[in-house]
Write a protein that binds this ligand. Structure first.
Ligand code: C5P
Length: 306
């Protein structure tokens, strides 16, 4: 019997910590980052069909092979020799691009949804190899919650959940990730230096108390120089009561960490006169909540680290 249509959430991420350790021989940058899923989300609806057909609530989103959802579907079809197609509808709420991982999250959730639709038996390790072909941030979205990303950001180590109320401000500014990495002008890494820097970085993150430590993002300096408006958002969030505020990924979104929902209400009141900024009141999503909302473990996908 064909599977009936169903909808899955596709959550956004922020980066609570992002250090760029250097440039690798393959052109990518070695990172040490802490990802965190938040409650801002797109929705993906899956239904059986003969062909792969993507529709979207936002007409600015491309629907062809350049869309990571379509690419994910094609890679899954190839790997598991699937002849069926799927109709996928994307309800877009996460600003794109925005440093919030919207496209990467959509790609990972497409893999999870299509695994269910096409009744594929697999596990997270197998899906991770497809995620690596789709983009550096994609593997994180098979895990969710709070997690350390090393390598290109694609090697994931799960961490204890961080819990907070988060306000996200997304200005109408496009920052290209590739261009942002160029601006950082990171030193070249040899294989040896990369290993020892990584060890130092991982032990530093291990002892990092995310609720107390100053949050860091190496993209801030160059991006604030190019786009001073983004820096002014950070300052406003701090002025209006955020405990900390930080650029997410390569931007342009800034998030503020707040103690209580009431503190967020106050900040929202102060920010509502900014007509060009999209503002989202969110909270962190734990790994348990993330996995359960996507049916990871329940349906066909085994999670080995469980
Ligand atoms: O992997 P993803 O497709 O998200 O990367 C987009 C671009 O960002 C890459 O082509 C590369 O230029 C840059 N990048 C990088 N180092 C990383 C991740 C991305 O230089 N760790």
């Amino acid at each position: 019997m064909p599977v009936a249509a169903f909808t899955l959430p596709s959550y956004a991420k922020i980066n609570l910590h992002l250090r760029i350790l250097g440039k690798r021989a393959d052109g990518f940058h070695e990172l040490c980052t802490v990802f965190q899923t938040v409650s801002l989300k797109d929705n993906l609806t899956f239904a059986p069909s003969e062909q792969i057909n993507l529709t979207c609530s936002d007409e600015k989103i491309p629907l062809g092979e350049e869309n990571l959802i379509v690419k994910a579907a094609q890679l899954l079809q190839e790997k598991f020799k699937i002849a069926s197609g799927a109709t996928i509808h994307l309800e877009k709420n996460i600003p794109s691009p925005g440093g919030l991982g919207g496209g990467s999250s959509n790609a990972a959730v497409a893999l999870i949804g299509l695994t269910r639709l096409w009744k594929i038996k697999t596990d997270v390790a197998e899906l991770e190899t497809i995620c690596n072909q789709l983009g550096s941030d994609v593997p994180f979205f098979l895990h969710g919650g709070t997690a350390l990303g090393t390598g290109r950001g694609n090697i994931i180590t799960e961490m204890d959940d961080f819990t907070a109320q988060i306000l996200i401000v997304a200005p109408v500014i496009d920052v290209s990730t590739a261009a942002a990495f160029k601006e950082v002008n990171a030193p070249r890494l040899t294989n040896k230096s990369s290993k020892s820097i990584l060890q130092i970085c991982c032990s530093a993150v291990d002892s990092l108390d995310l609720s107390q430590a100053a949050l860091v993002n190496d993209f801030e300096k160059p991006i604030f120089n190019i786009e001073p408006e983004i820096k002014s958002i950070k300052q406003k969030l701090l002025d209006f009561g955020a405990k900390q505020a930080l650029l997410s990924g390569s931007g342009a979104s800034i998030f503020g960490v707040f103690n209580t929902a009431r503190d967020i209400e106050n900040a929202l009141e102060n920010l509502k006169s900014e007509p060009d900024w999209k503002i989202f009141s969110t909270r962190t999503i734990s790994r348990r909540e993330y996995r359960s909302s996507l049916g990871i473990n329940k349906v066909c996908i085994r999670h080995n680290s469980n």
